[in-house]
Design a binder for this molecule. Sequence first.
Ligand SMILES: *Cc1c(COP(=O)(O)O)cnc(C)c1O
Length: 476
Amino acid sequence: MTDGDHAPGRPAAPDDLGRTAARAIASLESYLERGRAARGPIVRLAPRSQLLEGLDFGRWIQRGGMTDAELGHFLDRYLDAGTLLQHPGFMAHQVSVPHPASAVADLVNGMTNNGMAIYEMGPAAVAAETAVVRWMLARVGWQAGDGTLTHGGSLANLTALLAARARVAPDAWNDGVPQDLVVLAPPSCHYSVGRSVAILGLGARAHVPLPVDARGVVIPSQLPDTLRRVRDSGRRVVAVVANACATTTGLYDPIEDIAAFCRDQDLWLHVDGAHGASALVSPRLRSRLAGIEHADSLVWDAHKMLRTSVLCAAVLVREPSALQRAFQQDPTYFRPTGDAEFPNLYDRTVECTKNGLGLKLFLVLAASGEAALAHHVEMLYARCERFHAIVAARPRFECPYTPQSNILCFRYAGSDVLQEEIRQRLLAEGDFYLSSSQIGSRRFLRVVLMNEATDEAAWLRLLDRIEALASPARTD
Ligand SMILES: *Cc1c(COP(=O)(O)O)cnc(C)c1O
C-alpha cells in the first residue's frame, strides 16, 4: 500500500492495486469462511470508543504509512468487529448477502471513479445504468417509461414524490410550496416517506394516513371516504403511496384496487417497492404486485433481494418526462441536456456525481442470470412460508399474519419487554441476530430471510433457543 510510487495525487501503478487488493481479499476470504462455517459471533457490538481505540484509527490518521501487511492486520480486526451477514443466524435486516460480482463492480467503480453526472464523465457507466433500468422497466411493464438509479430507496422515495409534486404543483420549484398539499400514505409506510413529505416542504403533518387493517394493510374500500375528507377540507393530493411490501411486516398493499381508485380520481400512485418489487422478476410471484403497471412511480432496491451490494436503488416512472420535470434547473456549467445519444443524468437525480450503480446489478445479472435471481426470491419467500408454519405450530409462539414475502413478525408468550430481552440475549450469544418491530401497540420479534444458508435447521435451533431463554426455569 505504501511505497515511493504511491505519492499523493499520483496514479497507482497497476501492480499497486493487485498487491493491495490481494491482501484485502485474503482478509475477506477468511471473513467469508467464518460466515460459511457459522463461526460467530454475528456481531460483537463493542462500544464505539473501544473500537476507535482498539482499531487505532487516530494513530493511522495521524501517521499514515500503512503497509500491505499492516492493512491486512487492520482489515482482519475491522472485519472481526463488523456484522457477519453471511452467517446463517443473520435474519435481522433487509440487506442482501452480496453476490461477489457486485463487490467486483464496487472495486471497478472505486478504481475508475466514472462519476457520470454528465455523459462524458462515464459513458460506459451511463450505458450500464440504462441497460439495467430498461430491464427493470420491462419487468414492471413500462417499456416507454423512464428511470434512474439512486443511492438508496430513501432518496428514491424523495425523488418519486418530487416528481409527483411537480405534476400537482409545477410552480412549487420556483415559487415555493403551496400550503394545501398532502400525501396519502399508510401509517405502515417506511419512515423515508414521511421524511420526504417534510423535506419537500409540505410539512410533516401533510402525511395523511390511509385507512389500514390490524396488519397495517391498506383497505381500498375506505379510500373514497379518506379522499372526500381531504378534499372537503380544501386540500390537494400530491400522491397516494402504497407499500410493496411494508418494511415491518413484509405485507403487500392491494395495488390493483388502489390503482383503480387513483386512476378514477386522477391521483398519482407511488408504490414503494424498495423491498418487495423484486417479486416482479418471478413469474410466480409477480402477482403480489398485480396492477403495478397502472402506478405512476415505483421504487425498487436491488441491494435488498437482487443480491447487489449497498447501494443500488431505482426510481422508475411510467411517464417518460416525469423525472426531468421534477428537477427544473439547468446548471450553466453543464452542456444542455436532451440529447438521447449523449444523455446527462444529473437532470433527473438529487445526486450530481454518482457511483456506477448500474454495473453492480448488471454484473450480478450477467453472472447469475435472471432465472436464478427469480429463483432466489422464490426460495426466500417459500422459506418464510415454511418458517411461519413451523413457528405457528409451536405452542407459546404467536404470528399475527401469514407472510407474503421473506419478512415475518412473531412473538413468544409474554410481555413486550420479554421480546426485546430475548432479542438482546440472542444477539449477545452471537448465534442469532433478529430485529424487532412494533405492530399496533405490541412488540414483535422480526425475521428477514435474506441468506440461502438460513435453512430449516437454523430456525429450529433458533426457536429452541428462544424457548430456553424465555423459560422461567432457565438456570443461567
Ligand atoms: C428498505 C426500505 C426503504 C429504504 O431503502 P434504503 O435503500 O435503505 O434507503 C424504503 N421503503 C421500504 C418499503 C423499505 O423496505
